[in-house]
Design a protein around this ligand. Structure first.
Ligand SMILES: NC(=O)c1ccc[n+]([C@@H]2O[C@H](COP(=O)([O-])OP(=O)(O)OC[C@H]3O[C@@H](n4cnc5c(N)ncnc54)[C@H](OP(=O)(O)O)[C@@H]3O)[C@@H](O)[C@H]2O)c1
Length: 309
């Protein structure tokens, strides 16, 4: 039976927003906001908005008066944020501030999607009370956006990392690997970058539980353990029966990237596990769930369903 809670998802045309909309649409009424890529998902009402505009944002909130907003929209391209700092500031900070201002007179629950990149990656196993010190401009603006989001009473901020199904041409790390290996190309995996990444469908399940429990404040929301990007790629290749020999160990500093990368971003997720009274999936389990959906030929139906017809 449909729960009557109305959820507004910003960035519904993005990787996380689209995956959340897909997972939650049978249980909630979903309104999805996109900016430049019009999407069409059965059971989801979608609207165009430029979140950098306060009047546009306010009008949308007045129209839908949602019970919950899951704020996924962002400039999430780490290198682009370094090149276009003003654009990053406008999309990550100003747009979040506009959302919060627009929610001023609403009792809406705000769930703000942040990132593990607010941590500097020097020590790993970060807990929420650890010092935050982003190493690139993307992280700086996301940290600023957390501060904006927390101005809304009862806001929930999730520091996360994920992989799932991008609407082409957007691909997640997992999709990229599968395509590269199938095409017979060799790839490099970073042995010195460690993360606690969750499959987006596992993340959707956790967000649903957090909504029910009305959690607020800052939470790390990643896999129960952490592995290197190299190990992540190896495991995925093995689980999908692709050739792990095509994956070579490398170091992130060998690559000429615009933005500096933090190295050990492993997160301590015990606060979330305790407050939800659940065991969070390990990265291996999250990969298994992704591969199970891959086995169902999930991505092709996913793309068909999302394309605007
Ligand atoms: N990707 C990761 O690995 C990762 C890791 C940790 C945290 N995060 C965070 O997770 C969230 C989702 O990331 P993602 O990878 O799913 O992002 P994404 O695929 O790059 O999608 C970004 C979304 O933001 C929307 N958007 C951009 N400019 C906008 C504007 N002016 N007005 C309204 N909407 C606008 C885009 O809409 P259009 O496409 O329609 O223009 C798109 O739907 C972000 O907050 C990101 O910081 C991401």
């Amino acid at each position: 039976m449909k729960n009557k809670k109305r959820i507004l998802i910003t960035g519904v045309s993005g990787l996380l927003g689209s995956n959340l909309a897909f997972c939650l649409k049978d249980h909630y009424d979903i309104v999805g906001l996109y900016h430049s890529r019009r999407i069409n998902l059965r059971g989801v009402l979608s609207r165009q908005v430029d979140m950098r505009s306060l009047p546009q944002m306010a009008a949308i909130l007045r129209e839908f008066n949602p019970h919950v907003v899951i704020h996924c929209a962002a400039q999430a391209n780490v290198d682009l944020c370094e090149i276009d700092s003003q654009g990053a500031q406008e999309m990550n900070v100003v747009a979040t501030a506009n959302l919060v201002k627009s929610l001023e007179n609403f009792e809406t629950q705000l769930i703000h999607i942040s990132t593990d990149l607010v941590y500097d990656g020097s020590k790993g196993l970060y807990s929420e009370s650890d010092k935050v010190y982003p190493v690139n401009y993307y992280g700086v603006t996301k940290l600023e956006s957390e501060k904006e989001a927390l101005k809304k009473e009862g806001a929930l901020v999730l520091r996360t990392n994920f992989f799932g199904w991008g609407i082409l041409p957007r691909r997640s790390l997992a999709q990229w690997l599968i395509e590269e290996l199938k095409a017979g190309r060799d790839v490099q995996g970073f042995t010195d970058v460690i993360f606690s990444s969750l499959y987006t469908f596992d993340l959707a399940d956790l967000i649903s539980k957090m909504m029910s429990r009305n959690l607020s404040g800052i939470y790390n929301c990643g896999s129960a353990n952490a592995i290197s990007k190299y190990e992540f790629l190896l495991q995925l290749a093995k689980k999908t029966g692709l050739k792990a020999e095509q994956i070579h160990a490398g170091f992130v500093d060998q690559f000429p990237l615009k933005a500096k990368r933090a190295k050990n971003l492993s997160m301590n997720v015990t606060k979330l596990a305790k407050d939800l009274a659940v065991r969070l999936p390990t990265s291996e389990e999250s990969l298994d769930h992704f591969v199970a959906d891959l086995g169902k030929d999930y991505p092709s139906s996913w793309q068909e369903e999302f394309f605007d017809k």
